[in-house]
Design a binder for this molecule. Structure first.
Ligand SMILES: NC(=O)c1ccc[n+]([C@@H]2O[C@H](COP(=O)([O-])OP(=O)(O)OC[C@H]3O[C@@H](n4cnc5c(N)ncnc54)[C@H](OP(=O)(O)O)[C@@H]3O)[C@@H](O)[C@H]2O)c1
Length: 448
């Protein structure tokens, strides 16, 4: 680590005031987790499951880019692994360099992103180092978390719901200079206050997945769950699922959590989710072969949902995609909604449309969260009403290993990454609140 970076780290750890942080020299280069353009074909012919993020993710020294007027540099204390870290590292469904090229053509500032490397990472918690000349509300020294909605707010299509803007991007996935690096480059409109009762690594894991689940469950742009509704949640102890469970419980609904082990089932029950289905123990085979689904298995699954929840689900929280969508459309209640934000097991989807139209169900697409939704989701974390789901912590050098764990579904909740933070447990400024909420905050860590 350079002397400049060491001085930045020391200043952050000592809680240096604005003027001191603003006066710190920035390094010419910084450490970052990257994939390289000249390796984007390295896994050609390899099965998805065998594509190894440990081979494609490198820790390289990256030159500091120029700062645009509406941007900030963040000293990243901690970051997290998202499933998009996996997609980038296995170059599926497409290498992300195409996204960077497109952004590069958009403007002079966009051109900075079109590089032979991609600094990955769509979450960060840290401290503002510098702000561009047009930034009003943030200053060096501010402790922040970052949401990953990367939007040009001059574009009128962003004004109602910033997710609807024509050039909406996910920072660190469809843009460069993401959060798995000593220094991250963000638009000032991505910044949110760091929750005072959380450590750097706990604060870093929420931005992407918590905001996504907020939109899917709470927002009128999602399913807008109301009190007393039943929500079937696939992957209920995973990245987005474990926040969805919390939103359903907070909103007076009944979550029905689907997981794949007794340990995950126990974790859900600890969270207060009493209706749990272990899909592995039940041995569902929704597809009898690669091309044929088995409606008898959908019925068997539906019967189980009724058995554990007493009713069909008003809402199905969908993201596994091809493997589960047929069952999801089938089990949703008459007039219910299947809300989907992903397709981990395949995006060419097949379901029996008769169950959708004859039973007046709605299939709705959902993607990340607009500025307001991300801010509200962060506010709920700051107020201790939603809790981080951090289960394990890795160093920046081990990002490849952490991404491999997510790729192979051996993790629970979220995996954190220490970047400039030298150890776990730092960054808390509200110890009283932390003490009060400690069992909830550390639930996944104890399990992991
Ligand atoms: N559009 C967006 O804005 C957005 C935002 C966040 C995430 N995503 C996407 O959403 C997906 C999930 O993200 P995540 O962070 O929750 O990932 P995750 O942490 O890996 O959790 C996913 C969970 O889904 C379950 N699962 C995986 N494959 C399955 C299958 N074939 N059938 C049934 N369940 C399966 C697993 O639980 P069990 O094995 O215990 O059942 C796993 O814990 C990813 O594709 C991600 O890219 C999209």
């Amino acid at each position: 680590m350079s002397a400049e970076m060491e001085a930045i780290r020391t200043a952050v750890l000592e809680g240096a005031p604005t003027d001191d942080v603003a006066g710190l020299p920035l390094p010419a280069a910084f450490r970052a987790a990257v994939v390289r353009a000249d390796e984007q074909e390295m896994f050609e012919g390899v099965a998805s499951a065998d594509k190894d993020p440990r081979k494609s993710i490198h820790i390289d020294a990256i030159d500091l880019p120029e700062l645009a007027p509406d941007e900030a540099f963040i000293a990243v204390m901690a970051s997290s692994i998202n499933f998009n870290t996996v997609w980038t590292s296995i170059f599926e469904p497409l290498p992300t360099f195409g996204f960077l090229k497109r952004l590069g053509k958009e403007s002079v500032w966009g051109a900075r992103h079109d590089q032979p490397f991609h600094v990955i990472g769509s979450d960060a918690a840290g401290v503002v180092l510098r702000v561009g000349s047009a930034v009003r509300l943030w200053k060096p020294g501010d402790a922040v978390t970052v949401h990953c909605n990367y939007v040009d707010d001059q574009d009128p299509s962003s004004h109602d719901d910033s997710m609807l803007t024509a050039n909406q991007r996910i920072w660190g996935f469809e843009s460069n200079y993401g959060g798995l690096a000593d220094i991250a480059l963000v638009k000032a409109n991505q910044l949110m206050p760091k929750p005072a009762h959380l450590t750097w690594e706990e604060a870093a894991v929420n931005g992407l997945t918590n905001s996504t689940s907020y939109r899917m469950i709470v927002s009128p742009n999602g399913s807008q769950m109301t009190q007393g509704q039943t929500v079937l949640i696939w992957g209920a102890s995973g990245g987005i699922g474990a926040y969805a469970v919390q939103y359903v419980l907070n909103g007076g609904g009944t979550p029905v959590g689907v997981v794949s082990s007794p340990e995950r089932a126990a974790l859900l029950r600890e969270m207060g989710c009493d209706a749990v289905i272990d899909r592995k123990a039940e041995g569902y085979r929704f597809w009898s072969d690669e091309h044929t689904q088995d409606p008898a298995e959908w019925r068997r699954f539906g019967k189980k949902v009724r058995e554990v929840a007493g009713t069909d689900p008003d809402i199905v929280f969908e993201h596994p995609g091809r493997q589960t969508m047929g069952a999801s459309v089938f089990v949703a209640k008459r007039g219910g909604m299947i809300i989907t934000c992903a397709a981990t097991s395949g995006f060419m989807i097949e379901y029996d449309n008769r169950y959708l139209w004859m039973n007046l169900k709605t299939l709705k697409g959902c993607h990340f969260a607009n500025y307001r939704e991300a801010w509200e989701a962060n506010r709920l974390i700051c107020e201790g009403k939603i809790h981080p789901t951090l289960s394990q912590v890795f160093s920046l050098d081990d990002v490849g290993e952490a991404a491999a764990q997510v790729h192979h579904n051996v993790h629970e909740g979220k995996l954190g990454v220490l970047v400039l933070a030298p150890e776990e447990g730092l960054g808390v400024t509200d110890t009283e609140m932390r003490e009060r909420l400690l069992p909830e905050i550390t639930r996944f860590r104890r399990h992991g």
